[in-house]
Design a protein around this ligand. Structure first.
Ligand code: BEZ
Length: 235
């Protein structure tokens, strides 16, 4: 990537920047190949490093769980294809970690030695490292729109339960036209959109329609866990 070139970072609500890339599973055309599905595009700093290895083993073990929620995974680092292949083979053949072993990474891992894709997604953050991607996570929805972005520094392994929780929460927000409060999990109360007028707010405060209002601007309702999961997660 050119030195000092100012690159606009993609933002929530933007169309996911397009690219074609070589991966461990063949060529991909992003995000076109993922139309109709959620996809998590995530970067890691380097192959054959410990934090990244723990992350890949964890994420690969959860791949099916994400797939059932209509979400595919795509990894990226600025290493080359043969490094990726050798690292993933080492993980499968040699590493036993926290009860995980024989872990096969089946999702594509992009080779990005030119840093072209990493540059498009703001994954190279020179004050952290100019030679490695930070731990970036982009949630792209079935229409190719970026819905959430997370960046972690090199030293900090991500929490994949939180990644799953956030995915389900965003899908629930779309499907039920609600928002989700702090630490929400399916089955917890959800937030109903703020009332547009005083009349509606008053009605809402007095309503017995299973809505609970902590104040006029903060109303919740129950949606059973099963209702959420039946709509979002394939059996
Ligand atoms: C790691 O994955 O362990 C790691 C990678 C780059 C810098 C620091 C840690």
């Amino acid at each position: 990537m050119e030195e000092n070139k100012v690159i606009a970072m993609p933002r929530i609500g933007d169309k996911a920047p397009e690219f074609k890339a070589v991966t461990t599973q063949g060529e991909i055309n992003f995000p076109a190949d993922y139309k109709g599905s959620w996809v998590i595009l995530f970067s890691h700093p380097a192959d054959f490093t410990p934090v990244c290895t723990s992350e890949f083993m964890t994420f690969a073990t959860m791949e099916e769980k994400f797939a059932k929620a209509n979400c595919k995974l795509v990894g990226l680092s600025v290493d080359g294809l043969y490094s990726h292949i050798a690292w993933l083979r080492t993980i499968k053949d040699k590493i036993e970690y926290k009860g995980m072993k024989d872990v096969e990474v089946k999702f594509p891992l992009i080779e990005d030695i030119t840093m072209e894709v990493a540059g498009k997604y703001g994954m190279i953050q020179p004050s952290e490292s100019s030679t490695k991607a930070v731990r970036a996570v982009f949630y792209v929805d079935p229409k190719g729109i970026i819905r959430a972005i997370v960046y972690y520094p090199l030293s900090l392994g991500r929490n994949f339960d939180e990644m799953y929780r956030a995915l389900i929460a965003m899908q629930a927000a779309d499907a039920f036209e609600i928002a989700t409060p702090a630490d929400w999990r399916p089955g917890d109360e959800v937030i109903v959109p703020t009332a547009g007028s005083c009349g509606v707010a008053k009605e809402r405060m007095e309503s017995k329609d299973k809505m609970k209002c902590y104040d006029w601007f903060f109303c919740t309702k129950e949606i059973p866990e099963k209702t959420i999961l039946d709509k979002i997660v394939k059996k």
